[in-house]
Design a protein around this ligand. Sequence first.
Ligand code: AMP
Length: 280
Amino acid sequence: MKVLDSLQKLRQFQDEIGQMSLGFVPTMGALHEGHVSLVRMSLAHSDKTLVSIYVNPTQFNNPEDLAKYPSTLDTDLAALEAAGCDAVFLPNADILYPEGLKSRSFDFGLLGCAMEGAGRPGHFEGMATVVTKFFELVQPTHAYFGEKDWQQLSIVQHVVREENWPVEIIPGPIVREASGLAMSSRNERLSTTQREEATAIYAELMRSAKEAQPGGETSRWIAQCTERINAVPSLEVEYIAVCDIQTLQPVSSFNPEIPSRIFAAVQCGNVRLIDNIPLF
Ligand code: AMP
């Protein structure tokens, strides 16, 4: 596996692979099976696979979250090597932001308004900035994004369409721990008790999803689901939302004709966790 820690090495790798298809998996490191599942998808679909590891400051709206973001580079490199990844790109801020750490501006329309867009001002601008910078530098033919960050995936698909990027965005399903907890690099920051209690997020979303009745009001249902999650000592719901998966706008009543998902952001101690599941 090539470790590309300069633009020169990236260019050399690009020269070597020539016209081959290149699958790209952008990550912020502290890799787990969710990341590796995207790498495996890329290995199966594309001639060559490149993973980037970069903790992007412009997408963090909370300085503590950025400062405490886990970093496990040696184990990350070993996991990527074991998976058969062809190259890992390790840029620094000088490579990605030669003119300083600032976000570009985008029009995400309504996609960026609800949920993470409402709770994390500037997050999607920062994310889209670094993703488009990566697309410019890496020039992938395919890029893989997890459904765990569903809104991020929708926004990346939107930006690619709007800006005519010649890259195909391929979604990967959410990978969960045996307990049901969605895998996340931030899970490493949970205590043993918190990690056990955090399993209630997925469990309650699943239980509540089974109780959703076509035609039923989502607001009462959301209040009940919120109450159940908040009853777990270390958990505090930031939002539970039922949204149309095309528009990411909240729906007021359950309608099996409108493909929708349930989205949640829950604070577990100092760690903010997100998850989502399909309805019906
Ligand atoms: P991150 O390192 O958190 O920025 O995530 C890098 C990529 O991995 C993003 O496309 C995420 O959506 C994806 N990802 C993170 N966790 C999971 C998971 N549990 N299952 C599937 N994909 C994931």
